[in-house]
Design a protein around this ligand. Structure first.
Ligand code: GLN
Length: 430
């Protein structure tokens, strides 16, 4: 049976078929020769399920959609503070290839415009491979397949790269650029020529949605705080001088490329990608913007709308006989964030456990934010002070090593230990 989500993506393509406005990017001859009728759309959940429709196997160059990933890599290399010394985070309000720097700081305004992206590319550490190799390895990790450069696109753009060279010279003159202008521009242009499909892009975007963990391989590619920074800059600067319009109509961090691709990220839920080569006046895919607007509306992706209270972390509260005594077991699940830990704490406060032994079964918990860690430790202290014995079933040791001011601590059991020590068999359906 075909998934209704795939059927839905088909309708996104059908219902935007009338959009034939815009023009191919003609400053790169190879892009001017693209087939303007190609179209594709894909989405990938944070669980790694990819849905794609249209010309799903069509390859095109990643172009500026590479910029958020190069920015992420630079932050991983040096830390955010050092990267901010070279490139700002303010929207420029200009087109992507504007020959201008921030008049106050002399730095590129942000890493999503060419000036900032060339600077960022040149920053990448090269002890373990060239910056281009590192970017290709990164794209391969993110999309879970080997990504290569489309050499004809790279050669074509190198032949007409005067504007980017001009930018690089300007950057060199102000001291922002650490490399020779030609070397930096060549590297940046090759980064932009990586050849991808909408599936690849949806997976790359889903890694950002999944706070930096690749959904297929489970590899942490970027730190959580790096991912947050990248998404913030995508939200404010990703769609160039259309960023404000984009944030209000589509409402998710996004990035476009001049070959016609757009990626979008709904943190915690999905990565989306659309492709159609004709560009609007801002240099964003005209039909791609339409497809994204539709996806956002139909799937409820808008950030200012999607934020609903997190699913309760408390899967169930039950009592059982453990070690021959009655115990209250709180079974937790999902991500422990502020709103979810709050619901657990209020449950405990409103209906205090009636047994001495209190067990927190955290074996179904995915991630624990610092605020949840602190709050749960405080809660454990209160319970211990009231004379409770606390057991944590916490296989990933997600909660810090707990010890209260009097040195009293919680016990840690494995899930197996909990099962072995629980006397009453669980009734089916419980
Ligand atoms: N390689 C392109 C350039 O530098 C990328 C621009 C884009 O995709 N917006 O002009």
């Amino acid at each position: 049976m075909r998934s209704p989500i795939l059927d839905y993506l088909d309708t996104v393509i059908e219902q935007t078929a009338h959009v034939d406005s815009g023009a191919l990017a003609d400053y790169i001859p190879e892009l001017a020769a693209a087939d303007p009728t190609r179209v594709a759309v894909a989405l990938c959940t944070v669980n790694g399920t990819v849905y794609a429709s249209g010309d799903t196997d069509h390859h095109f160059s990643i172009q500026s959609m590479s910029k958020p990933f190069a920015y992420a890599l630079a932050i991983e290399d040096y830390g955010l503070e050092s990267v901010l010394d070279h490139v700002g985070v303010e929207p420029s309000g200009d087109t992507f290839n504007e020959l201008s720097l921030d008049p106050e700081t002399g730095k590129p305004r942000n890493p999503m415009i060419n000036a900032g992206a060339i600077t960022t590319h040149a920053l990448l550490k090269t002890e373990h491979g060239s910056s281009v190799e590192r970017m290709l390895n990164l794209f391969s990790k993110l999309s879970d397949r080997r990504i290569e450069i489309d050499e004809s696109v790279a050669t074509s753009e190198l032949g007409t790269g005067d504007r980017n060279l001009g930018l690089a010279h300007l950057l060199r003159a102000t001291g922002a650029l650490t490399q020779e202008p030609r070397t930096a521009v060549e590297g940046y242009i090759r980064q932009c020529a990586a050849s991808v499909t909408v599936r690849d892009l949806a997976l790359m975007a889903a890694t950002l949605a999944n706070s930096g963990v690749q959904p297929h391989t489970q590899e942490r590619v970027f730190r959580r705080d790096t991912t947050r920074q990248v998404l913030s800059v995508m939200a404010s600067c990703g769609m160039y001088d259309a960023a404000g319009d984009w944030l209000s109509t589509v409402g998710i961090p996004a990035k476009s490329g001049v070959a016609g691709g757009i990626i979008g990220v709904l943190p915690g839920q999905i990565g989306v990608a659309a492709f159609s080569p004709r560009l609007d006046m801002h240099g964003n895919s005209a039909r791609g913007v339409d497809m994204m607007q539709k996806l956002s509306q139909d799937l409820g992706l808008h950030l200012m709308e999607a934020g609903r209270p997190a699913r309760s972390s408390l899967r169930e509260t039950r009592t059982a006989t453990v070690d021959g005594q009655k115990a209250t077991i709180y079974v937790l699940q999902g991500d422990l964030v502020l709103s979810s830990i709050e619901s657990l704490v209020s449950e405990i406060i409103n209906s205090a456990p009636g047994t001495d032994l209190v067990i927190f079964d955290m074996s179904r918990v995915d991630d624990v934010l610092p605020v949840a860690r602190r709050t749960s430790s405080d809660m454990a202290t209160k319970l211990i002070n009231r004379g409770h014995r606390i057991v944590l079933v916490d296989p990933e040791a997600t909660v810090i090593d707990f010890r209260d001011s009097q040195g009293r601590t919680v016990e840690r059991w494995s899930r197996q230990q909990l099962e072995n020590r629980t006397d009453d068999a669980r009734r089916p359906g419980q």
